[in-house]
Design a binder for this molecule. Structure first.
Ligand code: ASP
Ligand code: MG
Length: 424
């Protein structure tokens, strides 16, 4: 029998009714003759609630204990899903990430999977049971402590497990019908894509689209695991993440979507002396503090002063760390000051077709200008153009670009449906 791995997100298992609905769906897949392995997220906003609770106890929770706490969310949903399946007359057994053989490094809060040894899952399958696995967690190879893989990482658990088990497909279930041309919560006329190439999906995930965890897309590509993104709440065919050549480009679309990201901040190092090695010194310091940079822009230095400004974006949660690390460097480097701005957002236009079509950048910028959006930073890849703008203008910018590139679904019956809609 072929193995199907199904991952259900927090909005799909938000309450008892959701858990029962998911159980029905799992059993239906089983009845079609597949072995089913399920990965679950925590119920609704549980992960955020647990994090808030920790904050109330201490401003800086020890990372080991925070992981211990957060992994409890997925343990609740896995046990309840297993119970609901048993209630339907099928055998199900739940497993923590550790029991499922998800072996990670020891970086609490952002652990990487280094191996999967799913012996117990294989035994469960052989015994005819449906295995339910807690997403987003594993166990450190060195310390044997429980780890988490980063927010939204249940997707990655699912794809990694699917690859290790040699599954036929990894299905990612959420509260929308698939991958859309923009976030349907902002653009109700967004269209569902039938297929997206892995390279486009990587850009979307890396630039704020939350429908799939970035590392799950990378994992899927490396292991050639077909990923099907679809809704728990409907029977519709969702979006298939496919190898490069078979993507949307084949359907003749130049642009496959507009992504946005509200989780970033911007730092400007003002008045950096224009000397060899200064940029290296600044970015080495950031690297040592494990700050993940995104866009980096350096202006030409002003002839009068021999100084220049360096700006970069980074995750807001790394903001304090980065500012502290750089402030300690001020005297050595001799820059004037640091500016920190977290009222920014990033909007990205993504499409493999832009490789071969000129004029995309001009059209994108013109649509933003018409919407009154001022551009603070610009960066591009072969298949993406991103701009950093004021946070308050993100939604306008996304809608303007979406319309300009004819992505709106104007069919009265078309457009996106958000079936559940939790997630802060
Ligand atoms: N529950 C975790 C989170 O909220 C993992 C996940 O949902 O994928 O980030
Ligand atoms: Mg998710």
């Amino acid at each position: 029998m072929s193995i199907v791995v199904q991952k259900y997100g927090g909005s799909s298992v938000a309450d008892a009714a959701g858990i029962k609905r998911v159980a029905q769906r799992i059993v239906a897949t089983r009845k079609k003759g597949h072995d089913v392995v399920v990965v679950v997220s925590a119920m609704g906003d549980t992960t955020d609630e647990l994090r808030d609770l920790a904050q109330q106890v201490t401003p800086i929770p020890p990372p080991r204990e925070l992981d211990m706490l957060l992994t409890a969310g997925e343990r609740i949903s896995m046990a309840l899903v297993a119970m609901a399946i048993n209630q339907l007359g099928y055998q199900a057994r739940s497993f923590t990430g550790s029991q499922a053989g998800v072996i990670t490094d020891s970086a609490h809060g952002r652990a990487k999977i280094i191996d999967i040894t799913p012996g117990r899952i294989e035994q469960a399958i052989q015994a005819g049971d449906i295995a339910i696995v807690a997403g987003f967690q594993g166990v450190s190879q060195d310390t044997k402590d429980v780890t988490t893989l980063g927010r939204g990482a249940s997707d990655t658990t699912a794809v990694a497990l699917a690859a290790a088990l040699g599954a036929e497909v990894c299905e990612i279930y959420s509260d929308v019908d698939g991958v859309f041309t923009a976030d349907p919560r902002i653009v109700p006329k967004a269209r569902k894509l039938d297929r997206v190439s892995t390279e486009e999906m990587l850009e979307m995930a890396a630039n704020g689209a939350k429908i799939l965890h970035l590392r799950c897309v990378e994992y899927g590509r490396r292991h050639n695991m077909p990923i099907h993104v679809r809704s728990t709440f409907s029977q519709k065919e969702g979006t298939w993440i496919v190898p490069e050549q078979q993507g949307a480009a084949m359907e003749d679309a130049i642009i496959s979507g507009v992504a946005h990201d509200k989780s970033q901040a911007k730092i400007t190092v003002v008045g950096v002396p224009d000397k060899v090695g200064e940029a290296a010194r600044i970015f080495e310091t950031l690297a040592t503090s494990a700050v993940n940079l995104d866009m980096v822009v350096q202006n030409v230095s002003a002839a009068a002063t021999g100084r220049t400004d360096i700006s970069f974006t980074l995750p807001r949660e790394d903001g304090q760390t980065a500012v502290t690390a750089l402030a300690a460097l001020q005297e050595q480097v001799g820059f004037d000051k640091l500016l920190y701005d977290d009222q920014i957002g990033k909007v990205s236009l993504i499409g493999a077709g832009m490789k071969s079509h000129p004029g995309i950048t001009a059209k994108f910028f013109a649509s933003l200008a018409a919407a009154g959006v001022n551009l603070e930073m610009i960066s591009t890849s072969e298949i993406r153009i991103s701009v950093v703008i004021d946070e308050t203008q993100i939604e306008d910018a996304v809608r303007a670009a979406h319309t300009a590139f004819d992505l709106d679904d104007n069919d009265p019956d078309g457009g996106a449906v958000v079936y559940a809609g939790t997630g802060r």
